[in-house]
Design a protein around this ligand. Sequence first.
Ligand code: TRP
Length: 354
Amino acid sequence: MTNNKPRLLTGDTPTGKLHLGHWVGSVENRVAMQNDYDCYFLIANMHAFTTRATRFAEIRESVLDIALDYLGAGIDPQKSTMFVQSDIPAISELTFFFSMLIPFSRVMRNPTIKDEIRDKGLGDNYPFGFLLYPVGQIADILAFQPEVVPVGEDQIPHLEMTREAARRFNQIYCAVDSHINDSDYVKAGGLFPIPQAIMGRTKRLIGTTGPDDHGNLLKMSKSLNNAILLSDDPDSIKKKVMGMYTDPNRLKATDKGQVENNPLWVFHETFNADKTWVAEAEERYRNGSIGDVECKKQLIDVLVEIIEPMRQRRLQYANDMEQVLQILRNGAERANAVAEKTLKQAKDAMAQLY
Ligand code: TRP
């Protein structure tokens, strides 16, 4: 598994199963990049404890669900390394050192942290570890010295902090000049490349339900009950699409319909490979010469064709959980080899090898 391909690291917090938003935001890219990158996929179970420390059994379920979702989606354990965060002690050790390079006020200004405090209604009742998790994410990433990190839009602030920490470490402990270009840090003697985010073709997929009180369509999210999962069977997909929010002012097929901001068409545009059909059907929808049901049926076929092979592969693995656990253990062994080496190099740079 050692090779000189560029390294890729990314991960997910195990708080539920993966859905189509994850697929177009990042997972699709990961599957496609497996051949050209040395890939590490981390299941961030410690981060799940930030908001559900009492629900530890659920976290375990979600870890295994994410592993199954990865395997179902086509992540190949022969090519890529998938592992559980808490199996990698070097990540926690590096977190402590990186936490010294990021001002507290910087964490509090992180937009994703602010959004999460608001959206999850945390008020000021979050644990200390909640503010630590973005620093932990810096360690998740830099422990693997990756060149690229495929993530959804919401993770960009965390990646920006990671880039700052990498620059700072390289400047302080590896004597790299602060005026250098991001791409030159390693050449100049830095330990950490400044990793780049790679975003999916759809930055923020909306869900299947209608707008909020402000008229905005909400992003797909399991907790909002508007998600189509990568593990949904054809019947569930059918029910979800048939019940999907469309143009509320269109009562019959001969009414003129609105295509913009209409989940039905957002989904067709995102997932239907038959662009000609989509363009024609959108035109007919606009002038009231095609029914919702016909368009929804078409969408069901498109989604089942994408999801059903994933679900079948997932089922095969789910029938042999011992094999899945073995994949995670093998992954941890490979990941530990890399992260231990980074930790040692970091301690060496900080003059803390004794
Ligand atoms: N915070 C990410 C999420 O909630 C999960 C994550 C943890 C991650 N560590 C990471 C993503 C490192 C990319 C790289 O989805």
